[in-house]
Design a protein around this ligand. Structure first.
Ligand code: ATP
Ligand code: MG
Length: 258
């Protein structure tokens, strides 16, 4: 078997808040293979973001070990983790986290300009390519305020993709979007997953989780349940169904008017 992309063993995270200790994770074991698409679910405060921050090398476990693509993350310096992050990971957040008053293409180009490996030369061309891949080739010069919420999230996904990550981590990427736009974003994640990127999505919504191949339920800092989804829904099909239904409704409304 190939090396897992993620291997967490006995991961604990304790936050020190003055005198009190907050146990955010209490011994998490998780193994993720290349090519998986996983939904992480759980109520507020269960530890999902803490888990994602550790997976994303933004934070380190208090105890337990983390291997990312065969590389031991424990014991790395902050700079080493930042380099690992740049090489392997893409992040998508609920609030898009785009720079305001900055064009879509400049937002997407940014991680390439910060990259210290010197891997990327024609940075603007790569940013244009990533935006085209998420269907925004015609919105390159738009600033975030000139884009819809779904389009802003697409820019954020392009920014996550542009460094060619192995793993895409998304913490409630559809939390600020309406249901149709949410399904469109999930269709994009499914497409990227089919192209070989491993995807982990945190969500509160069971409707969104059903697009993953595997669902991990977190409760009180532990993995309560970890199960495969027998037949994940196809988000692209659901988007088409919504469009067809909307067309049908419009046609009916028109008939009533005429
Ligand atoms: N930086 C921090 N310092 C102290 N405690 C924290 C910190 N971050 C999170 N916690 C605590 O750890 C626990 C888990 O928080 P976490 O943000 O991982 O939850 P979550 O599952 O992402 O919740 P939500 O669905 O609301 O985003 C919570 O009890 C929270 O209060
Ligand atoms: Mg959270």
């Amino acid at each position: 078997m190939s090396t897992p992309v993620i291997e967490l063993t006995g991961v604990t995270k304790v936050y020190q808040m003055g005198e009190t200790e907050v146990y955010a994770l209490r011994g998490v074991d998780l193994s993720v293979s290349a090519g998986e698409m996983i939904a992480v679910m759980g109520s507020s405060g269960s530890g999902k973001s803490t888990l994602m921050n550790i997976l994303g090398c933004l934070d380190v476990p208090t105890a337990g070990s983390y291997m990312l693509d065969g590389i031991r993350v424990n014991g790395m310096t902050r700079n080493e983790r930042a380099d690992l992050r740049n090489r392997k990971l893409g992040f998508v957040f609920q609030g898009f986290n785009l720079l305001p008053r900055t064009t879509a293409v400049a937002n997407v180009e940014l991680p390439l300009l910060y990259d210290r490996t010197g891997r990327f030369t024609s940075t603007r061309a790569l940013a244009v390519e990533a935006l085209t891949r998420v269907g925004l080739g015609a919105r390159l010069e738009h600033q975030p305020s000139e884009l819809s919420g779904g389009q802003q999230q697409r820019v954020a996904i392009a920014r996550a993709l542009v460094t060619q990550p192995t793993l895409l981590l998304a913490d409630e990427p559809t939390g600020n979007l309406d249901s149709k736009t949410s399904i469109e974003v999930m269709a994009l994640f499914q497409e990227l997953n089919e192209q070989g990127i491993t995807v982990i999505v945190v969500t509160h919504e069971p409707d969104i989780a059903q697009y993953a191949h595997r669902v991990v339920d977190v409760r009180d800092g532990r993995i309560l349940r970890d199960h495969a989804v027998a037949a994940p829904r196809r988000a692209a099909d659901d988007v088409r169904t919504i469009d067809t239904d909307a067309d049908g409704l419009r046609a009916t409304a028109l008939q009533e008017v005429v």
